[in-house]
Design a protein around this ligand. Structure first.
Ligand code: SF4
Ligand code: SF4
Length: 107
């Protein structure tokens, strides 16, 4: 089965959608924006973070960027908002913030 062509998805009628739960090609995670499922987004307080990298290890979507062996930003195109990173952080440096809300002030 070849890769889906979804370029005209906004014009599709109900009968034109392919069957659900089918991934026609492997290694496709970079090709699809799946962060739209998220209701809460992670927010990391850099003043509190100790750069232990535990969140980066545990993120099930590999959605945490690193640079020079330090966590930096979140890949929001792929982060599902599961909150695992916030739950495993030993110093509570990550909080989950509802989408659409202003980011909290860092004190
Ligand atoms: S909320 Fe979940 S998917 Fe998003 S960065 Fe944290 S662990 Fe990864
Ligand atoms: S788990 Fe917490 S302290 Fe460790 S790198 Fe992630 S945000 Fe920083």
């Amino acid at each position: 089965m070849s890769k889906w062509d979804i370029s005209g998805i906004n014009e599709w009628k109900s009968g034109e959608f392919p069957l659900g739960a089918v991934i026609p090609e492997s290694g496709n995670s970079r090709d699809y924006v799946t962060g739209g499922w998220r209701s809460d987004r992670p927010y990391r307080n850099d003043d509190v973070c100790t750069q232990c990298l535990l969140c980066w290890i545990m993120c099930p979507d590999s959605a945490i960027n690193t640079e020079n062996e330090e966590v930096t930003t979140f890949k929001l195109n792929h982060c599902k908002g599961c909150g695992v990173c916030a739950n495993v952080c030993p110093v509570n440096a990550i909080m989950m913030v509802p989408e659409g809300c202003d980011l909290p002030e860092v004190k």
